[in-house]
Structures are given as C-alpha cells and as structure tokens.
Design a protein around this ligand. Structure first.
Ligand SMILES: C[S@@+](CC[C@H](N)C(=O)[O-])C[C@H]1O[C@@H](n2cnc3c(N)ncnc32)[C@H](O)[C@@H]1O
Length: 347
C-alpha cells in the first residue's frame, strides 16, 4: 500500500464550516467508486501539525490521478515516503481560467468550490459514458456558476432562471469576459414568443475554449451555452426534445432577501417554499434526462427531508444514490441553512 497526502485549499474549511475533510473525502470516494480494483481508504491525518486527507491504495493509476486533478478543493498531492513527502504533479483539466467563475460576486451566488463538488459527484454517478463533451442543464441557474463550471470542464451547458435580471447580468458578464480574453465567440439575447405571447428571453453563446487541455496549446471545439428566462416548471416546454446527460442545480434555500424569498411560485399561488418548488419541478427535470443520466441537487434540509426528496425523485422514475459517501455531504451553512446533496439516476 502507498499513502498519498492531499493538501486541501485553505479556503475549503471556510466554505464547509470546518467539515471540508468529510465532504472532500466523500467526493473522492464517489469519483473513485466506478474505478477498477478495491476502493481506496481515505482518512484525515495530521503530519507535523498540518492536516491532510490520506489516500491509501496499491498505486496511483491514471484514472485516480485524473479524479484527483478534478477534485473541488485540491491544493497539492504528495506521496508519503518514510517521513518525507514527495510532490506529485497533478494539473487541473480546466479549459478556461478559473476567473470565469471567481470574478462574478453577488448575493445568492453558489460557492465555486461547492459547485465543482456538486458537478463532480453528479457526473461520477452517470450510468452512461462520462467523457466530455456531456450536456448539462442547470434549471435554476442564477447567474451561471454551474454553467460556467460546466464550460470549464469542457461540456455543453443549458439553464433556466426565473429572474430575467440575473440572466441579463450573466449575459453582460460573459460578453465582457469573452471579449477581454479575446476568445472566439458569439453571444445573442433574443425574445421567446409562442402563440403570439412573450415567454421571456433566451441567451445563446458559442465559445471556443482557449485550450483542449492544460498541456495543449491549441483551441478546443466550440462549446454551447443556452439560458432561458422563465419558470423552471416550464423547462421541458422551453427545451423541447433536447435531452441532457445531467441536471445539476443548487436549489433555492427558502431564505428571505428583503420582502421576497428566493423561491419563485407559480403566479397566483402562495406556496413559496423550496419543497413546493421541488415537488413541482423534479418530475419535469427527470423527463429531460437521457437514460442513465443523473440529477444532482443541493438543498436546504430545514425545508424538506431527504426521505421526502427521495420519494419525490422515485415518483419521477429516478433511483436515489443512497449509500456510503452519498450520505456524508450534509453541512451547516448558517443558522437557517443546513445544506445537503442529493443524487439520483434515471434507470
Ligand atoms: C440558490 S440560487 C442558484 C444560484 C446559482 N447557482 C448561481 O451561482 O448564480 C437559486 C435560483 O433559483 C431561481 N429560482 C427560484 N425559483 C425559480 C423558478 N420557479 N423558476 C426558475 N428559477 C427559479 C432563483 O431566482 C435563484 O437564482
């Protein structure tokens, strides 16, 4: 057995209020779950006063190295040789610079590291090919943290967002960013009309990433991004026949900003709880998944229990991932939010 010591990014314990070890260990366990051989043991250790995650396995194969390079909170990896640490080279597979997700700052933004974790765990759970390019839908996409992270990973992305101002702000950011970085792209906002009625607006972007992999110098294949403004309950109608490998989203937490909550109800209905929204929407999103595709969502457990969410997903024809690491993602965000992660597969 060889021991590898993973040093986590210093910011990760702030993101997970001290539970970064548990969450990142669970993330790596899910990512290594489909690999051949015995699952590795992963545990926190302290060496000379510094905390690491220790990964013990016979040898570090190419697939485990690839999983490590994508890990949400990775800072550095060392092989433990006696009382010495030998650095291991792991380069992130990102196709864009990480300022694509770190520059935007706004109320309600999902943390970038957590978004990467949510994507990693969901994509590792697919029961269909996992190689890029996949197609990913965030049906509550806000100003696009999941969508931009999906592009960074080399996937085609799509979103729905109820707040038109958020879609416009994301479009404005992308235009400025892509121009400033001199990336070949097109970006267009257009009205959506059906039967003579205005349904909102759509954003269509096509962008050629600056590289195909960190070691390659040439540009990659163009990636597509679409966002509709509108109610996520209409997502199937908005996207028509298009199906996705994964639906990945950070659901509203039911918290109040000023006089309104972050949940958008159907007009005329008073149910503004995340539970009501998820009851209406999970069945819609399930229909948008390809067979073997996965739904990954983070939600506030104070408004809806895992048991209830599992029942909603199963009614929609999804099978919940309900064992081992999948049950170790719960963590406190603040006094009104205890966030957890739920993954289910369309069988
Ligand atoms: C937790 S936020 C997601 C933030 C996003 N990941 C980001 O970083 O910008 C949830 C989003 O769901 C949107 N939302 C709430 N109810 C909705 C509905 N019924 N249809 C579409 N979007 C909705 C909110 O406007 C909010 O932007």
């Amino acid at each position: 057995m060889t021991d590898y010591l993973i040093l986590l990014a210093p910011s990760s314990n702030r993101v997970y209020s001290g539970s970064a070890d548990t969450l990142v260990a669970a993330e790596l366990e899910v990512m290594c779950g489909g690999l051949p051989g015995e699952p590795p043991t992963i545990e926190p250790v302290t060496v000379a006063g510094v905390g690491y995650l220790q990964l013990s396995l016979p040898e570090l194969g190419a697939e485990t190295t690839a999983a490590l390079s994508r890990l949400s909170a990775l800072f550095a990896v060392f092989e433990r040789v006696g009382d010495q640490l030998r650095p291991i080279e792991v380069s992130k597979p990102d196709l864009f610079d990480d300022d694509l997700v770190s520059i935007p700052k706004y109320q309600g933004k999902t943390n970038e590291q957590f978004t990467r974790l949510l994507l990693n765990v969901t994509l590792a759970s697919l029961q269909r090919p996992q190689e890029a390019p996949l197609s990913i839908l965030d049906p509550l996409c806000g100003r696009g943290t999941t969508l931009s992270t999906g592009l960074i990973f080399g996937h085609d992305v799509a979103g729905v967002e109820g707040d038109l101002k958020a879609v416009e702000a994301y479009a404005a950011f992308l235009r400025t960013y892509l121009r400033r970085k001199r990336l070949k792209h097109s970006a267009e906002m257009s009205p959506v009309r059906r039967d003579g009625k205005s349904l909102g607006r759509r954003l269509d972007v096509e962008v050629t990433p600056p590289r195909t992999s960190p070691s390659a110098s040439g540009p990659g294949r163009p990636l597509s991004l679409t966002v509709f403004s509108g109610d996520t309950r209409q997502s199937l109608a908005l996207y028509g026949k298009r199906r996705f490998d994964a639906v990945v989203t950070d659901a509203p937490y039911g918290v109040v900003h000023g006089s309104h909550t972050d949940v958008r109800g159907v007009s005329g209905k008073r149910d503004r709880s995340p539970a009501g929204l998820l009851r209406d929407a999970v069945g819609v999103w399930a229909q948008q998944l390809k067979k073997g595709g996965a739904l990954g969502l983070s939600w506030n457990t104070y408004g809806l229990s895992r048991e209830d969410l599992t029942a909603i997903a199963e009614k929609a024809g999804l099978q919940a991932c309900a064992d081992g690491p999948y049950l170790r993602f719960g963590h406190r965000v603040d006094s009104s939010i205890y966030r957890d992660l739920f993954v289910a597969v369309k069988v």
